[in-house]
Structure formats: structure tokens, C-alpha cells
Design a protein around this ligand. Structure first.
Ligand code: GLV
Ligand code: MN
Ligand code: MN
Length: 410
């Protein structure tokens, strides 16, 4: 059993075929959560899993569970998976790799006629990106009890459409209860989305922890007025306030190096007319740090600094932390399984902390969980230029296979 290997070409071809759904001219992918394209991607995954002999169940958050039976189906499954939704200018690998690696493992085991003791499952978690419906990882969060179902289903996009409505519309509002489903272990394979593995020429990241995140939504309100006759000293320009806060966010990130990340990624200016002083600005802030205490200090610095800026500019501010995902230590035994698998396969590796959020961060609350990273070209992700090497993807999938078999047969 030790010597079985996944089929590299088949894994690659499946990634490329999935990547055509929402494929962009620059070679990336735009498959936002719960759009028609997301439905097409889900349908293709379900079709492939049925062809591989799996049974499918879908829960009320649209999470899809493809199950390959084991020898003893009363045992909880060993699960794998990630997400199929992408960023607006996303790539073909973020999330999709972890899902199709699970499928490739089913196909390999079928081909070799291998039955595992526990069943196996590959899971597609709905709306991991949180790009269309904030926050990120919301459906694995409901599964793990971090959010209630009503909160999950009522998350809305910028047009006011909710996840519940959009799940109904695309036919993925399942009827299985969300959560309460035991996993013997959960493993998520993913591209690193940063440059460390490539720089150090390591093929596998043995992920021990994930950093914490706080997301905010800020609305500044001043007064729209004419860009010509309104004297500079009497303006209440909401965009000037936003600009200063953007700079503050960046400073807070820089002051908390080496590990802090601080980003304003979305902004809406009202009325967004070139000769009107902006009366209102809405924007988001994304803070990350592996140390919960430093993340809390960053939070405080933002609150205090933003309050000073709006006072100075006589703006009103609505400031809300909409999400807090604390740092996550992954399960020691799962990390050991991944490390052992990597060593047995003779692959170069290093331990690392995930900079990105992943569904595994929430699943770690309810099941022994860890992650496997593979390099991505120049560390670029959340970008249409996101690339990964077929050899590396296969290596990560072989590590996943080996760790899953160890757990399923233990
Ligand atoms: C999810 O992709 C994240 O923002 O880390
Ligand atoms: Mn991802
Ligand atoms: Mn992502």
C-alpha cells in the first residue's frame, strides 16, 4: 500500500478542466461563490465523484460531501477538501487543488482496488473566499459552530442578495443539517500562496498553525459639496479621511513586522463624481498576525488612530469589526502524519504557518486537522497569474494520500 501513487496527469487535467469554468483571458479564474459558474463547477465535481462511485450529500449551507465507503461504515470518515469558489481575479489552484486532490485520491484507490477501514470524504466548503459574501470561510464556520445557520444564510453581497437566496437559486440549498458530522481527521491540501517554499526550494509545507485575522467595515460620512466653490478649510471630505486611515492601516502593518499583514482591499466612494467632494466612503480592513496579542494591539492602534483622524476632519465614523478568526494551532498528530508521509516519500519540506485563512481553520475546532502546502510560482495568488507546478501538486497529493491512508487504516 505504501508504494501507491496518484496520477499526476489526471490531477492536472482535472484542474485545467475545472479552471475553464470561469476561465479568464489572462489564464486565471473568476468563479465567485454561488454564481452560475460556481454551480457549473459544483455540478462537474459532483459528476466526477459519482463516476468514482461516491455518494453525495449537500448540507443547508451548500457544503458538498462526496463519500467513498470503507470497510466499516459506522466509523467516522477521514475527510479532505477545500473550496471551489475563487476571487474575482483568482487563479485555478487556490482551493480547487484541495478539492480535486481528494477526488484524485478516490480515483487512485478505485484503480488499485483499495478499500480503507473508515470511509473517506472529500468536502467542498461553500464561499471560502468571502469575496462576494463576507466573511471568509463562512460555511466551514457554520459547520464548526463558529456561526449559527441563520447568520450564514443571511450573509449578503453588495447587491443585497443573500447566501440563502443564491443557494436556492443555483440548486445547492441542501437538506442535511450543517455540522454534527464527525470526522476522524481532516486534511486540506493547498498552494502556499506565498514565496517561502519556492525561495527555499522546498516541495512540501508541513503546516503547523494558521495566523489570526480580524476584518472590519468602516463608513466615513462628511458632506458632499461642489468641488469648485467650497473653500478647502470648510470641507468635510470623507475620502481624505479614508486616505489617512488607509495610510494608518499600512503603518500598523509595517510597525508589527516581521509577521503582521494589513490591507484595505475594497473601497466605495459616494457619489463618485469628479467634481463633488466625497460625502461618504465605505471601505474594508483586513488585519492578520499569528500572535493573538499582537493582533489585539493592532486592533487598538486602528481604533485609536481612526478616531483621531475623523475628529480632526470632522467626519462621522461607523466602525465595525465584522469578523475575528483567532490564530489556529493544528492537531499535533495530524501534523505528524503529514511530516511522516513527506519523509517517507523523500520530499524536501519545512514547517510553516499559514498566512491565508482556510476552511481547515474552522474544522480544526471540531476534528483533528492539518494542512499540506505546495509551492506556487513567485508566491503569487489571488491573482490570475497564480501558477503551480504539476510535479509539486502531485507531490502534495501523494502526501495527502499517505496521511489519509494512515489515519483511515489506523
Ligand atoms: C482567504 O483566501 C483569505 O483571505 O485568506
Ligand atoms: Mn483557498
Ligand atoms: Mn483564497
Amino acid at each position: 500500500m505504501k508504494n501507491i501513487r496518484i496520477n499526476q496527469q489526471r490531477l492536472w487535467d482535472s484542474l485545467m478542466e475545472m479552471g475553464e469554468i470561469g476561465g479568464t483571458e489572462k489564464g486565471g479564474c473568476c468563479r465567485l461563490a454561488l454564481t452560475d459558474l460556481d454551480k457549473q463547477g459544483r455540478d462537474l465535481f459532483v459528476k466526477w465523484c459519482k463516476e468514482a462511485g461516491c455518494s453525495i450529500s449537500v448540507d443547508q449551507m451548500g457544503n458538498i460531501f462526496a463519500r467513498r465507503p470503507g470497510q466499516d461504515n459506522s466509523l467516522p470518515p477521514v475527510a479532505m477538501g477545500s473550496h471551489l469558489d475563487t476571487q474575482p481575479t483568482g487563479g485555478k489552484f487556490d482551493g480547487v487543488y484541495g478539492v480535486l486532490a481528494g477526488l484524485e485520491i478516490f480515483r487512485t484507490l478505485n484503480e488499485q482496488g483499495i478499500e480503507t477501514r473508515t470511509p473517506l470524504e472529500t468536502v467542498v466548503w461553500t464561499n471560502e473566499e468571502g469575496s462576494r459574501f463576507p466573511p471568509a470561510m463562512v460555511s466551514s464556520g457554520v459547520f464548526a459552530g463558529a456561526f449559527d445557520l441563520e447568520y450564514g444564510l443571511s450573509r449578503a453581497d453588495l447587491d443585497g442578495k443573500t447566501m440563502g437566496e443564491e443557494l436556492q437559486r443555483i440548486g445547492y440549498a441542501g437538506n442535511t443539517q450543517v455540522g454534527g458530522r464527525a470526522f476522524k481527521a481532516f486534511f486540506e491540501a493547498h498552494i502556499e500562496q506565498g514565496p517561502i517554499l519556492e525561495n527555499e526550494q522546498k516541495q512540501i509545507g508541513v503546516v503547523t498553525d494558521a495566523q489570526g485575522q480580524r476584518w472590519y467595515e468602516v463608513t466615513l460620512t462628511g458632506q458632499e459639496s461642489h468641488a469648485g466653490p467650497t473653500p478647502m478649510p470648510s470641507r468635510r471630505d470623507a475620502l481624505v479621511g479614508a486616505a489617512r486611515i488607509v495610510d494608518l492601516v499600512n503603518q500598523i502593518g509595517m510597525e508589527n513586522q516581521p509577521n503582521a499583514c494589513a490591507t484595505v482591499g475594497l473601497m466605495q466612494v459616494f457619489p463618485n463624481s469628479r467634481n463633488v467632494i466625497p460625502g461618504q466612503v465605505f471601505f474594508t480592513v483586513d488585519f492578520r498576525h499569528p500572535d493573538a496579542q499582537i493582533l489585539a494591539q493592532m486592533d487598538q492602534a486602528l481604533r485609536e488612530g481612526a478616531a483621531r483622524i475623523v475628529e480632526d476632519l470632522q467626519l462621522d465614523m461607523d466602525f465595525e469589526q465584522i469578523w475575528h478568526s483567532p490564530p489556529v494551532p493544528f492537531d499535533q498528530d495530524c501534523v505528524t502524519s503529514v511530516r511522516r508521509a513527506t519523509e517517507e516519500l523523500g520530499l524536501s519540506h519545512r514547517e510553516m504557518v499559514s498566512g491565508a485563512g482556510h476552511d481547515a481553520c474552522y474544522i480544526a475546532r471540531v476534528a483533528p486537522t492539518s494542512m499540506i502546502f505546495v509551492p506556487c510560482e513567485k508566491g503569487i495568488s489571488h491573482n490570475e497569474l497564480e501558477r503551480a507546478d504539476a510535479d509539486d501538486l502531485a507531490a502534495g497529493c501523494n502526501v495527502l494520500l499517505s496521511a489519509v491512508l494512515e489515519r483511515a487504516n489506523a
